[in-house]
Design a protein around this ligand. Sequence first.
Ligand code: GAP
Length: 516
Amino acid sequence: MAQDDVFKKLVAHSKEYGYVFPSSEIYDGLSAVYDYGQYGVELKNNIKKYWWDSMVLLHDNIVGIDSAIFMHPTIWKASGHVDAFNDPLIDNRDSKKRYRADVLIEEHLAKIEEKISKEVEKARERFGEAFDEMKFRETNQRVLANQAKIDELNARFSKALNDTDLAELRQIIIDNEIVCPISGSRNWTEVRQFNLMFSTEMGSTLEGSNKIYLRPETAQGIFVNFLNVQKTGRMKIPFGIAQIGKAFRNEIVARQFIFRMREFEQMEMQYFVQPGSELEWFAIWKEARMLWHQALGFGAENYRFHDHVKLAHYANAATDIEYRFPFGFKEVEGIHSRTDYDLSQHQKYSGKKIQYFDPEKGESYVPYVIETSIGVDRMFLQVMAASYWEEELKKEDGSSDTRVVLRLPAFLAPVKLAVMPLVKKDGLPEIAEKIVHNLKFEFNCQYDDKDSIGRRYRRQDAIGTPYCITIDHQTIDDRSVTIRYRDSMKQERVKIEALLDIIKEKVSIVSLLRNI
Ligand code: GAP
């Protein structure tokens, strides 16, 4: 199936099964804003718990906070967001569509990369076992020509970004004959800067009101609380502060469902270290974060690092962890070495000394910071994309049927166990209800007695429930039930009394955390 179709199906599935709804849908929606439904909120909470526990529970030198969304407006001046949190936008005069100039160029680069990948795959098929990919890349003329185009374009592109040279960005688009995907024309406007922060007024009277911003990242709430946490928690460097919370960006182009939203949630951790040790810590966190992603079992080959060509003004190293979405490899998480930029800026703008006295060195300094920053919603999309599965099932009469399964890791699944009486009589519903009542204190259980047992299994497969148990007449005789496994569809008989231990162990976060 084409990857575009997979993505469309995933979006439709998310809505049909109560995961994600368009915001304000009965009013025709609000662009790039989404609501999470009854299963979506559970999955989201489980993702957040996996992240929070891996940071705060597993590290005795990382603590959490929950800072306010509204902050003093000078914070955004100090952080550089008022002056520099911009995207370069460009309009196509024919389609009247607006684009990010940098994204148009990145997509053009990705298309050339795609050509190389196709060439490599064709050769792999032709040469079979004997294929040497590295040698092929180094010698094939078409691959070399395309690679040279990429290198040349990348160099020009990163220089234009580094110099904030908007005219050059436009010229790159013109020279590479990049067309508008809607109109197909090259009738482009000039490139302009567009600030991504939402602002509002705080205060009751017009004269007394202040312009304030909805935070575009949660990180600044951590920086401005550095001293509070360090002093009250008696934290010693190196230490980290973690936070999960909403962030808001007036994205120019908000596309691809919950991948790029205007209201979203971030999970950020700032790790404060001695100046000079930051690149060592950067390498440590880079590896730790990749391990965290890969522990979910979606296949190591689907992740890669993308080191930044253009470093933000505050960073001396930065990389993205990218996942292979149905629309290509895209960023899920950023890991940045932010130097002492943020703390020094807040020191300067607030006039307060923001330093750490290092008892071992016997001196005070402004700590350096390694940041790990991941979007909850983007992680949600990654988990859904990795879990969505269509499976062809052969029936006994030779025909086939398709089942849609969300193969969510058991810990992340919104419902862990569905309890189903085979029929709605003979005391079976009462036994099922009793089981739910006993187990619901441990994990999320669902009682389900509507439709045939086959349809009920399919419904649970579609929401990703890893275990279903069926109560039948044998249960009355020997207190055994069948447990049915979502992925293999295998069934086995177990005693009711054994259920708690069997399922609790399988859905526990502990084994996941032990792997990272
Ligand atoms: N404090 C650093 C920072 O905010 P970022 O790369 O701009 O860095 C970090 O954002 C992460 O937040 C991204 O990797 C992505 O997962 C998520 N994110 C950023 N913008 C987003 C948007 N408009 N919609 C959804 N997630 C977004």
